[in-house]
Design a protein around this ligand. Structure first.
Ligand code: ADP
Length: 507
């Protein structure tokens, strides 16, 4: 039997479901763990698209009653590409009603998210305890974000043998807050210590439940792990996190560098690599043509890819764009994103106001994201906060240099171009400190100035494209975390709780 038997639970896992970085991580990290010999199984809701994409689903078993839903089927199959086993929790009334993962079809918040993700959490616990047709017993349940916050809480109240829990924070801003009175409906035991654990200003907070009750916490970058212990980034839960500082580790996300690559990428007009970037010029031409931008090899093409939200400073981007364009007549800007309806409208108007120079694609397209990373010269990624950020890592891999605010994972992954780092060839992008249009524009000016010096730019590209953000390194760190929670040879055999506790004391 494998030493690490990990049940990995998430609300979205690529390519079965994706709205953002969580899905990429939930696909790539389990695959990397499996490559290192861990026995990993995924658990997620049976959304329509998940059912369509999962390989060879079959009924594993049935859970008689899950929060009042009867005969809940557990479908077992494999994730496409990686082949990692996946269990889908099939409650059609909750997961297949025509809406999105978190939002209704009209873009507003669903009003049953508490039940939707509580059901996922209960199902994960049932499966881990050998119900729902499962004969496999994990020794660790790896939970992700508020949607799975109930798992550690529920397991804390299980008598006897139970798996250890790791809870990873991908974003502290999303907390899953619901009326306290609703907690009974989602199966929270009416025990004062439990209710206190998830109470937050008179409401039930499922993120807080995860933070309080998990055996170990991780955040998706070292800087973010420190930031969330402070009022500026803790979103009100900084005290809870700070209390757990001794059992919290920041582990940087990796990227799937086989998928996010400019070499042999089926969506690109040409193939290129760090050693030979000639193909990038063709990708840029192809993109300019497709987007209706002026076809000019030398025009600096700046891109924004991501959610149009306050977090990503999309409002500042919109306000700064006319200035950005005015400063030099050949600057171009391409955007791929969706989110806040006002921002979507604002960017659409800008595209109309600057034909040939601004291209705006409102929507979600994996293919288009690859094409933009390859065809652009500079990625603008100015976040107000950023737990890790993947977009800047993808951009670097494609030789597109990121401009970032050095917060969270952006600080940990992008090396600012200054006199020293330019001289020693380590610079991979540009930083700006303040979350303002002026600071952002100044950083853009600096980046464009360097862009116009081809030799210096080439050096930056080479350093960025050679950066190593492979998953293996991060996966090894996660194995280290699991290891602290599991019994060692000298401990009591059978992975009982006493053994787990002993291992924790040793670790
Ligand atoms: P977050 O998870 O906060 O949205 P990340 O940078 O961690 O930000 O991850 C965002 C992921 O979602 C990346 O894979 C990015 O390419 C992708 N993405 C975001 N918006 C879009 C979009 N409109 N079209 C295609 N991919 C997108």
């Amino acid at each position: 039997m494998a030493r690490y038997r990990i049940q990995f639970v998430a609300s979205e896992i690529y390519p079965m479901a994706k709205t953002g970085g969580l899905a990429d991580v939930a696909a790539a990290l389990p695959a990397a763990l499996a490559r290192m010999g861990a026995d990993v199984r995924l658990v997620m809701p049976a959304y329509e698209e998940a059912l369509d994409r999962v390989i060879q689903p079959r009924t594993l078993g049935v859970i008689d009653n899950l929060l009042g839903f009867e005969n809940v089927r557990i479908l077992s199959g494999r994730a496409p590409d990686t082949g990692v086993p996946v269990n889908l929790v099939d409650i059609p009334a909750l997961y297949r009603d025509g809406g999105g993962i978190y939002l209704r079809a009209d873009g507003t918040d669903r009003d049953n998210n508490a039940v939707r993700f509580a059901a996922l959490s209960h199902a994960a616990v049932e499966l881990a305890l050998g119900r729902g047709g499962s004969t496999w017993r994990p020794n660790v349940i790896h939970c992700n974000d508020w949607h799975t916050g109930l798992v550690p809480l529920l397991l804390k109240n299980v008598a006897g043998d139970r798996p250890a829990t790791v809870f990873t924070v991908h974003n502290m801003a999303f907390q899953g807050q619901f009326p306290l009175e609703q907690m009974g409906d989602i199966g929270v035991p009416a025990i004062p210590a439990v209710l206190d654990g998830l109470e937050f200003y008179g409401r039930g907070n499922l993120l807080k439940a995860g933070l309080k009750f998990a055996d170990y916490l991780t955040a998706v970058s070292p800087t973010y792990a420190r930031e969330i212990q402070t009022p500026a980034y803790g979103h009100g839960l900084e005290g809870v996190v700070a209390d757990r500082a001794g059992t919290l580790r920041g582990i940087l996300n990796g990227i799937d560098s086989e998928f996010w690559t400019p070499t042999g990428n089926r969506w690109l007009a040409a193939s290129y690599s760090a050693r030979d970037v000639a193909g990038k010029r063709l990708c840029k031409r192809d993109l300019q043509r497709e987007l209706g931008l002026v076809e000019d090899d030398n025009a600096p093409l700046l891109a924004f890819i991501g959610r149009l939200s306050w977090q990503k400073m999309a409002d500042v981007m919109r306000d700064a764009l006319p200035q950005l364009l005015k400063r030099e007549p050949d600057r171009q800007f391409a955007l791929l994103g969706q989110g806040d309806r006002d921002l979507e409208e604002g960017f659409r108007k800008l595209a109309m106001a600057f034909p040939g120079r601004v291209a705006v694609h409102i929507g979600y397209s994996e293919q288009q994201a690859h094409r933009l990373h390859a065809g652009a010269d500079i990625l603008i990624h100015g976040s107000r906060y950023e737990p890790c950020g993947l977009t800047q890592l993808y951009a670097m891999r494609f030789g597109t240099l990121p401009i970032v605010r050095p917060v969270g994972g952006l600080a940990d992954t992008v090396i600012h171009a200054c006199t020293t780092t330019l001289a020693d060839g380590t610079a991979t992008g540009f930083h700006f400190a303040e979350a303002s249009a002026e600071a952002k524009l100044e950083a853009i000016d600096n980046a464009v100035m360097l862009y116009r010096q081809p030799l210096s730019w080439r050096r930056l590209q080479l350093a960025a494209m050679s950066s190593d953000f492979n998953w293996e390194r991060s996966a090894r760190e996660y194995l280290g975390v699991y290891d602290r929670l599991l019994p060692h040879d000298s401990d009591i055999s059978g992975a009982g709780m006493d053994g787990v506790r002993a291992a924790r004391e040793i670790a």
